[in-house]
Design a protein around this ligand. Structure first.
Ligand code: ADP
Length: 565
């Protein structure tokens, strides 16, 4: 069995969030798990107990919309977190997309849009004899709609907006948040091609192409790249999407090219794509062995992965999708997004530094295992229930009978990890002392493992714990009395070099079918050139996208605000 010291009991903050937004009338955690297990197993008695157990024990949790909406009346039973909506160069189509955005946000889902097919600012519009106001005007409409829907929805809405780097309005796009302070409901990413990145490396010219009339403007690739980096330095945005890398693993290329992702960057798909996520709590997959060390219980991880894949596949069948195109896409491609949470805590228990080769090796082993077991389960489900209708062997050469076009995706787990009481997704810990305010009381918590290790290693004292509690900004790394080898693995996001952040993302990406949500943390004094080097590094290591955050550069990050709402 896994260790359960910090996970079986829900924290006061978890209960607070659950009570406000997740529990149905008169429910508690057990009731919620019973409701969700019953709806998702859909009458299959063999599955219902397994589904209940994995959630109740916090071994695996499906994404927030599944927890909150399962069991609501049928047209409100929207269970997915990620949507990709189309943006055509046509006002009527845009309004349809705006409507669908509102529906998705109300139900707790996030939406991604690519604006690259819209004609640039100043282009003629023949039907009205006017001129187009460009992709940014479409973004404004969606941004304003999100703002309005915020009030009544399950949580504040979130959007990802992408524009290809070869769109003539690319500079307006890069600067749009700087120029328009109301654009707060979008995360931005530039879709960069391999041709562009090569041109940046070589210092070559680069072609901007008008999507409407195919007119070409020649520009300097490095100039655009530098502007992207400078803005990321200032505000953390825009991020980059390596669009050719993304399309190289498109499981359904015959249905179209991928151009965008959901708000946090873990799900890239074609328009009308939708994905329901779920995450395995890696801390619960550990077991202690005789000498007090912790190792992964691979038998248990296999069992939990099999249940999780079956669960996520079943979600598709009972999900109420907001429009027929999304319903059809979901049923024809059946993507699921199995990820992990508590990865950094898992490494802590194993005493492996997050920024070490040994740490990355262990992470690679675990992720490969989950991906392999996940695909084996999907192939088994496919033999029983049929492969996904759009399966074409050449697109997934190593699979024979998969039920799903993708298995793994790493979500941020902004809420789920808080429920499970573990570190977020694959992110390192931000601190080992947490100060949290709930209603009128303030809770100061020290990471439970720290006390345990301090006692085991003989450096525990009441005085030391008190120092930690009363000076939360103090890093374990700077704490007198903590042995050097303990300081090596008790590290926070800002102790880890930006390069090591990228290396961890790339390690995980190697074994993940879709993508990885991760922030690359930089110190306040990092330079914009350094950001450029990290972007290059991420591209060369096979990452699908990259988001950086320089300490202190921004206080209104969409998704941070979102998580706390
Ligand atoms: P959770 O832990 O609540 O299940 P995550 O933090 O893992 O959610 O985010 C997963 C995805 O859910 C995001 O990438 C995004 O698509 C969607 N999402 C998260 N927060 C919001 C929000 N406030 N509004 C809309 N969508 C959201």
């Amino acid at each position: 069995m896994g260790i359960t010291t910090q996970c079986k009991t829900l924290s006061p903050i978890a209960e607070d969030i659950l009570g406000k937004r997740y529990y149905h009338e008169g429910e508690d955690w057990k009731g919620l798990c019973e409701r969700v297990a019953s709806v998702i197993s859909n009458g299959d008695k063999e599955l219902v107990d397994d589904f209940f157990d994995v959630m109740y024990n916090l071994d695996f949790l499906p994404n927030s919309p599944t927890l909150a909406n399962a069991g609501k009346e049928s047209d409100r039973q929207q269970l997915s977190a990620c949507f990709i909506l189309p943006v055509e160069d046509d006002i009527v189509e845009i309004m349809e997309t705006v409507k669908n955005t509102a529906i998705v946000h109300k139900s707790g889902g996030g939406t991604g849009f690519d604006f690259s097919s819209t004609r640039p600012k100043g282009s003629p519009v023949s039907s009205t004899n006017g001129v187009a106001s460009g992709p940014l005007s479409w973004m404004k409409i969606i941004n304003a709609t999100t703002e309005e829907v915020k009030q009544g929805g399950m949580r504040r809405g979130a959007n990802m907006g992408t524009l290809r780097v070869d769109h003539p309005d690319i500079l307006d796009f890069i600067l749009c948040k700087k120029n328009d302070k109301t654009m707060t409901n979008f995360n931005l990413s530039v879709g960069v091609s391999d041709v562009f990145m090569d041109a940046v490396e070589k210092g070559d010219d680069f072609e901007l192409v008008n999507p409407h009339n195919k007119e070409v403007i020649l520009t300097d690739a490095r100039e655009i790249f530098d502007i992207i980096c400078k803005n990321s330095w200032e505000s953390g945005e825009p991020g980059m999407i390596f669009i050719d890398v993304v399309n190289s693993t498109n499981p359904v290329p015959h249905l179209g090219a991928i151009k965008s992702s959901n708000p946090c960057g873990e799900f890239y798909f074609i328009p009308f794509g939708v994905c329901n996520l779920g995450s395995i709590n890696l801390v619960n997959m550990l077991k202690s062995v005789e000498d007090g060390r912790y190792v992964i219980d691979f038998d248990r991880l296999k069992k939990i992965t099999e249940i999780a894949v079956t669960f996520l596949d079943k979600v598709i069948d009972v999900n109420h999708f907001p429009l027929p195109e999304i319903h059809d896409m979901a049923h024809n491609t059946r993507p699921i997004g199995l990820g992990v949470m508590g990865l950094a805590d898992m490494l802590l228990y194993m005493k492996l530094p997050y920024d070490s080769d040994a740490g990355r090796e262990m992470v690679g082993k675990v992720m490969k295992f989950i991906d392999d077991v996940g695909w084996a389960t999907s192939n088994m489900l496919g033999r029983e229930l049929g492969t996904f209708p759009e399966f074409q062997q050449e697109n997934l050469p190593s699979q024979k009978t998969p039920r799903n076009c993708q298995i793994t995706t790493i979500a941020p787990t902004g809420t789920l990890a808080t429920f499970a009481g573990v570190s977020f997704g694959i992110e390192p810990n931000f601190n080992f002392v947490y100060r949290r305010k709930i209603v009128d009381s303030e809770f100061i918590q020290v990471h439970p493992l720290f006390e345990k290790v301090a006692k085991e290693e003989g450096f525990y004292s009441e005085e030391l714990m008190e120092t930690l509690r009363t000076t939360p900004s103090l890093k374990v790394r700077n704490l007198a009395g903590v042995p050097e080898h303990v300081k090596e693995y008790f590290i926070t996001a800002f102790d880890i070099s930006p390069e090591d952040h990228v290396k961890m993302q790339a390690t995980v990406q190697k074994y993940v079918d879709n993508a990885v949500s991760k922030t690359i943390n930089l110190p306040y004094d990092a330079t914009s050139e350094q950001i450029g080097e990290l972007y290059m590094m991420a591209w060369k290591l096979g990452c699908k996208g990259i988001t950086v955050y320089r300490d202190g550069s921004r206080d209104d990050q969409v998704i941070v605000a979102v998580k706390e709402s």
